[in-house]
Design a protein around this ligand. Structure first.
Ligand code: SF4
Ligand code: SF4
Length: 393
């Protein structure tokens, strides 16, 4: 463990805008290591989230440790507002920002294929919206050329796009997203497993991690009253809106799955009546997703500037925008049933869904996967004896 003196010198130099000689200061991972060495001497935030107990099991923070801890952080902001060494203090301790910088880099570093990760990291919002618009336009042109864009359709989506054509369009996109996510997860898991005891996953650890994922435990600020957004006031809004978005997405996914089973097993063709399981799941999921993403977008615009990594904002906003557009166009498609606008809304909705799945492996959704993996490794690691023995889990 480095002594505090060089760390203080380094922090002073950084605060004064001076060049620093330590190699740790030259990378986002180095900045996390620097602030966590200070935290490890302080430990005031020990009860806030999983990051701090995991930190106390380490005296040094190597690259894989930092990647693991950065994805364990929920960016709740609590440790920034509680910290006596936060800016403008000369130590310049800003754990949420340091973690966010590294997290953004891990999405690109573990992405498969890597060039797509880097492209999305730099241009998330533009790429998301442009891809959705381009795909929707492509579908609109295809329908227009067949002469079926205007006029009341026969009532079935498959009069506009034959079912086999939809399967042919979407199966490769879904398959690619699943493969890319699996490859990214495999890389992350192989990297962080050795530094988190290397022990295999047990059933109790899995159950604990699943509970933390499903309830977003660490967005409670460590005391149950919520986390921070634009200021030092606690708010449960972030946690609730994340839940609306997460469960809305799952309901929409379930609606698609049930609809697929209904098609193949029962011969039912979409669109379905309101009093049917696929429609009820889809409408509930779409409304939940619409409210969740609208709220998260609003909170993102008002977020405290010190909480996150400015370079990551396009990626965050790109993912929120695509989820919003997917839910809004899906609900509009439902309301347009039987009208002349149905083909247009169908093209717009399909374009959004395809763009969403094509970009899933490279942004916030991938982070959900890495965070789940980090929580699982934490649940495994905390069941092992503390190799340092100075702190308590
Ligand atoms: S964030 Fe600040 S207060 Fe919290 S443990 Fe680190 S140095 Fe201490
Ligand atoms: S920002 Fe919140 S989740 Fe992240 S390390 Fe600080 S207290 Fe933990």
């Amino acid at each position: 463990m480095r002594s505090l003196d060089p760390l203080i010198e380094e922090a002073r130099a950084l605060a004064d805008g001076q060049p620093v000689s330590s190699p740790s200061a030259h990378s986002a991972e180095g900045e996390v290591a620097r602030v966590l060495q200070i935290c490890n001497a302080c430990r005031y935030c020990e009860g806030f989230c999983a990051v701090f107990p995991a930190m106390t099991r380490r005296l040094e923070f190597h690259r894989a440790d930092v990647h693991y801890l950065a994805n364990l952080c929920h960016n709740c902001g609590a440790c920034l507002h509680a910290c006596q060494y936060a800016p403008p203090h000369e130590f310049q301790v800003n754990v949420p920002r340091a973690m966010a910088e590294v997290r953004g880099r891990t999405y690109a570093e573990y992405a498969w294929p890597a060039p797509l990760g880097r492209l999305y990291q730099r241009n998330g919002l533009t790429l998301s919206v442009a891809l959705a618009a381009a795909l929707a336009l492509f579908l609109i042109l295809a329908v227009a050329l067949r002469g079926s864009l205007a006029g009341t359709p026969a009532g079935s989506f498959y009069d506009i796009f034959p079912h086999h054509l939809l399967v042919g369009l979407f199966a490769p996109v879904f398959g690619f997203a699943a493969l890319a996510l699996a490859m990214g997860l495999r890389r992350f898991w192989r990297d962080v497993t050795p530094v988190t005891s290397g022990q295999p996953v047990s059933a109790p650890a899995s159950a604990e991690a699943a509970g933390h994922v499903l309830t977003l435990t660490y967005l409670d600020g460590g005391h149950g009253e919520g986390c921070h957004n634009e200021d030092d006031a606690w708010t449960l809004a972030r946690r609730r809106l994340h839940h609306l978005t997460f469960y809305g997405f799952l309901l929409c996914f379930a609606a698609t799955g049930v609809g697929t089973l209904a098609h193949y097993l029962l011969g039912w063709a979409a669109p379905y009546p309101l009093a049917s399981l696929p429609k009820l799941l889809g409408v509930a999921g779409g409304v939940s997703l619409l409210i969740g993403t609208t709220g998260l977008g609003w909170l993102n615009l008002r977020r405290h500037p010190l909480h996150g990594a400015p370079a990551q904002r396009p990626m965050d906003r790109g993912f929120i925008a695509l989820l919003f557009l997917t839910s809004a166009s899906g609900l509009a498609l439902w309301l347009a049933a039987g009208s002349a606008a149905l083909p247009l809304w169908l093209c717009l909705h399909l374009g959004c869904v395809m763009a969403l799945f094509a970009t899933l492996p490279y942004g916030k959704f991938a982070h959900g996967i890495y965070r789940t993996a980090a929580l699982l490794r934490h649940a495994v690691e905390k069941r092992q004896p503390n190799p340092v023995g100075l702190g308590a889990d």
